[in-house]
Design a protein around this ligand. Structure first.
Ligand SMILES: NC(=O)c1ccc[n+]([C@@H]2O[C@H](COP(=O)([O-])OP(=O)(O)OC[C@H]3O[C@@H](n4cnc5c(N)ncnc54)[C@H](OP(=O)(O)O)[C@@H]3O)[C@@H](O)[C@H]2O)c1
Length: 271
């Protein structure tokens, strides 16, 4: 599907690099078909040196040469990038934006007519090829273009298609989610340290516990409560710990964290 496709990244920062790394590791695209333009020339030199991708001379130069253009700049730089691209889109490339909070309407109105645009919300585990990404398609996107875009993001983790109206909830859940889980990881490590474990030992045990538990939920497909019940024996240790977590409202605080982050995402779009 993507065999002869040239993919270009405008913005080669953290996310741009993670995606380039993922596409190459998954052998989805070879480096001669991956292009990058970043305003920081040292950043392009670094990416070209490390991954052998093709540096472009300008936004327009990249846009004119690529079938898929990934916009990986900060939201505040989006308007100028769209303006610079516009006169280089006569070949009707697919445009994919990963900028948080920039709606499809802003992207399509900033581009010439009928350019297909997909909005994506990835998350930081893309760096280790374990991203959770949600993709929303704009009006002119074909099923085949959507499949190409899903394939790109599946190279760096899991990817699902959603309607754009769910993007704020996605931002509050999986976009901000790594921060919630990092807080849980940090707290559990501190719990181990409180009980006298060396910090490094506690860290190794906690990280593997979180990784293994997530994998268990993913691979068995069982309800989390069912898996939890299996390790919660009557009168045992786990039920004591769970009782404290319920008393402290851990469940409610996580649910409300997602709600608060979603509402904030909705506000940011209006700013
Ligand atoms: N990191 C995340 O967790 C995450 C998650 C989901 C979505 N996103 C989205 O991904 C996008 C990129 O995030 P990031 O963390 O990769 O940002 P980043 O590290 O700042 O990378 C963006 C790069 O684009 C460059 N740039 C700015 N204007 C440009 C232009 N006109 N043409 C070409 N390059 C330009 C920036 O240079 P300057 O520094 O000079 O501006 C920077 O090197 C953002 O829109 C963000 O909302 C990020």
């Amino acid at each position: 599907m993507l065999e002869d496709t040239h993919v270009g990244f405008i913005g080669g920062g953290n996310m741009g690099e993670a995606l380039i790394k993922g596409l190459l590791s998954a052998s989805l695209l070879s480096a001669d078909r991956l292009h990058v333009f970043d305003v920081i020339s040292s950043r392009m030199e670094y990416l070209a040196g490390k991954y052998h991708v093709q540096p472009a001379v300008s936004v327009g130069g990249l846009a004119g040469n690529c079938h898929i253009i990934v916009l990986a700049v900060k939201p505040q730089n989006m308007a100028s990038v769209l303006g610079e691209m516009n006169s280089h889109l006569s070949h009707k490339p697919l445009v994919i934006s990963i900028a948080a909070g920039v709606p499809l309407s802003t992207l399509t109105s900033g581009l010439s007519d009928n350019i297909p645009v997909i909005r994506v919300m990835p998350n930081t585990p893309a760096i280790v090829l374990e991203a959770a990404s949600a993709l929303a398609r704009g009006p002119h996107v074909t099923d085949s273009q959507m499949l190409d875009a899903l394939a790109l993001f599946r190279a760096v983790g899991k990817a699902v298609e959603v309607e754009e109206k769910w993007m704020d909830a996605v931002t509050g859940l999986s976009g901000s989610g790594p921060a919630y889980i990092l807080l849980v990881i940090e707290s559990l490590i501190d719990g181990g340290v409180l009980m006298g474990l060396p910090r490094q030992v506690a860290r190794e045990l906690v990280v593997q516990t979180v990784l293994g538990t997530a994998k268990m939920v993913q691979e068995t497909g069982n309800h989390p409560a069912e898996l939890k019940d299996l390790i919660t024996s009557p009168g045992g240790t786990t039920i004591r710990g769970l009782k404290i977590m319920e008393e402290q409202g851990v469940r409610g605080s996580l649910i409300e964290a997602v709600e608060a982050a979603t509402l904030r995402s909705r506000e940011l779009v209006k700013d």
